[in-house]
Design a protein. Structure first.
Length: 577
């Protein structure tokens, strides 16, 4: 048996083998490092691409949609914002999985119709399955694992306050353009790339807006009214501090808003997109009486507050009979005419003023044309073509002339601010930059009107609008709803027009209810209490501190008010102006 003995390797051969192994390992390591560097480079390139082209600073995204600037209130609180969202699309020709199964799974995740999704998957062209999707939805859809489903960034318009200020803000259409409200009015500015994403500040104060909507909305529901309107105006600048219209809608989902309806009598009840403050013209009843009185005082027709007018019985003119709702059946002086809201005395005063001078006053107040301000939906007024004698008398107490609540707000601002009418605006006005107004009455007439309006709240139909310490003045107005065949005996428009504080006016507040259904439906019991509750809540927010030691001096006018035997005289004011 032969035994073979292996010869040991020489030291030189061992060295050569080790060198070859080391060289091979180095080559492999180098290749791995190159591959790793290439992969990292691809990732960094992708990240750079998304940072430059898909980030929130991008002006345009898929579908040509434009990123919009934010809308904020006067204090910078967000009203409308643009946030990052996602679009989910599909390339049908690239689908690898079962289309029916994918459609079923997508429908479950997105809450959409399965058959509609399947039709998109079975088509031949790229289709969007969902726009404005959240990141969580994208994650769930991505988990399906279908490479033909793609995701791209796009902006989404968000209204963080939900329904709050919806009639002011409006909403966007499917193409991302402003469809209504300030979204439409500011469309060019909000999408202007040179503005660099700067937010646009409105005149609205979000806190006052919330208080107005809350108080008005509760009253609309409680009285089962067809609708309601409210507006708060700065008397010096014309800035709209709050604007509410009911019913309303959610601009995040405008498609869910109900359609207009009709009453059994055939009267159309507008839907939530109808802005009752700026679009609807109403006969606002006795709220016109202070304007008529201002015309009489300013023209010199009435020179003494003690002058009396015959209101002992209804006034017959041209076959038309003018009545008082709660007649005093006696002669009334000027303060009493407003305190008791006498149609008869007001008509007699207007008859002396004359149609030319009264219509001139109404035109100065802007009642003959739409309010010139930012919202595209501006209601036309109903203004008589000719002021005959009977027309002059009836328009004096708000019958036969129709304006929007915003028209009335601007007029009352002029009555109390020293006599200057300013156009309303929804844009924040910088200090000292208010749009110049036009003088409509003298300072002396305005001073007198402040006293008279305060007296109506202290002793007249406006008592329920008073708010302790805020020195509220104003006037009620209850008017039958105009129909195609005349006037309804079952429905009215009840309005309270207020200003505060009357010793140094800052704001006008208008509240209107359309067809309230309370036990008593006059404005004194429907609209006036809303004004009181709003002022108590929002007055301090708007910079007015309640002060029970201040008031405007109305003692001289109070002394003229006749009281029945045993009727207590109202308390005199303190710290007269």
């Amino acid at each position: 048996m032969t035994t073979t003995i292996a010869r040991p390797l020489s030291p030189r051969r061992l060295t050569d083998d080790r060198g070859m192994s080391r060289a091979t390992a180095q080559k492999r390591l180098m290749i791995m490092m190159l591959l790793y560097g290439f992969a990292v480079g691809i990732v960094l390139t992708k990240l750079t691409f998304f940072a430059v082209f898909a980030g929130p600073a991008s002006a345009k995204t898929i579908g040509g949609r434009v990123s919009r600037g934010d809308i904020v209130d006067r204090n910078g609180a967000p009203l409308a914002r643009t946030i990052d969202a996602w679009a989910i699309g599909v390339h049908p020709e690239q689908i690898l999985g079962d289309k029916r199964d994918i459609a079923q799974r997508l429908a479950g995740i997105l809450g959409l119709d399965e058959n509609k999704i399947y039709a998109q998957l079975a088509g031949n062209n790229f289709a969007y399955i969902e726009r404005d999707a959240s990141a969580s939805l994208v994650t769930e859809v991505n988990a399906i694992g279908e490479p033909a489903i793609v995701f791209e960034r796009e902006p989404q318009r968000l209204y963080p306050q939900s329904e709050l200020a919806a009639p002011v803000l409006g909403f966007l259409d499917m193409s991302g353009k402003g469809a209504s409200g300030m979204e439409r009015a500011l469309d060019t500015r909000l999408t202007d790339p040179t503005k660099n994403g700067q937010p646009v500040a409105l005149s609205i104060d979000l806190r006052a807006q919330s208080a107005l909507e809350n108080e008005l909305g509760q009253q609309v529901v409680a009285l089962k009214a067809k609708g309601g309107a409210g507006v708060v105006l700065d008397v010096k600048t014309g800035e709209i501090m709050a604007l509410a219209s009911f019913p309303t809608f959610n601009p995040n989902n405008p498609g869910a808003a109900p359609a207009p309806t009709r009453t059994p009598e055939g009267r159309e009840i507008p839907g939530p997109f109808f802005n009752r403050v700026t679009t609807a013209a109403y006969e606002l009843g006795s709220t016109f009486k202070p304007i008529t009185m201002a015309a009489a005082i300013d023209s010199g027709t009435v020179t003494s507050m003690a002058r009396r007018f015959d209101a002992t019985q209804p006034l017959s003119i041209d076959g038309f009979k003018i009545h008082d709702h709660d007649g005093q059946n006696r002669w009334l002086d000027i303060p009493e005419t407003l305190i008791h809201s006498s149609n008869i005395a007001t008509a007699r005063i207007a008859d002396e003023v004359g149609g030319d001078r009264l219509s001139h006053m109404f035109r100065l107040m802007g009642f003959d044309q739409p309010m010139p301000f930012e919202l595209p939906a501006r209601g036309r007024t109903l203004f008589p073509a000719k002021f005959s004698r009977i027309t002059t008398m009836t328009t004096a107490y708000g019958h036969g002339i129709a304006v929007t609540p915003l028209h009335l707000a601007a007029a009352y601002a002029a009555l109390v601010n020293g006599g200057v009418w300013h156009p309303a605006t929804l844009m924040k006005v910088a200090d000292g930059q208010a749009i110049p107004g036009r003088r409509v009455i003298s300072q002396a007439t305005s001073d007198r009107m402040r006293q008279l309006l305060r007296l109506v709240v202290l002793e007249g139909t406006g008592r329920n609008a008073d708010a302790a310490g805020f020195r509220v003045g104003g006037k009620t107005g209850t008017a039958e709803v105009a129909t195609g065949g005349g006037y309804s005996k079952r429905a009215n428009v009840s309005t309270f027009a207020a200003a505060f504080p009357m010793d140094a006016p800052r704001y006008v507040v208008i509240v209107m209810l359309d067809s309230p259904n309370g036990a008593v439906n006059t404005a004194a019991y429907t609209a006036a209490p809303v004004v009181s509750r709003f002022i108590l809540r929002a007055g301090p927010m708007l910079g007015v501190t309640p002060d029970a030691t201040r008031d405007i001096d109305v003692s001289g006018l109070q002394a003229m008010v006749w009281r029945r035997p045993g009727e207590e005289k109202a308390k005199s004011t303190v710290d007269p102006e």
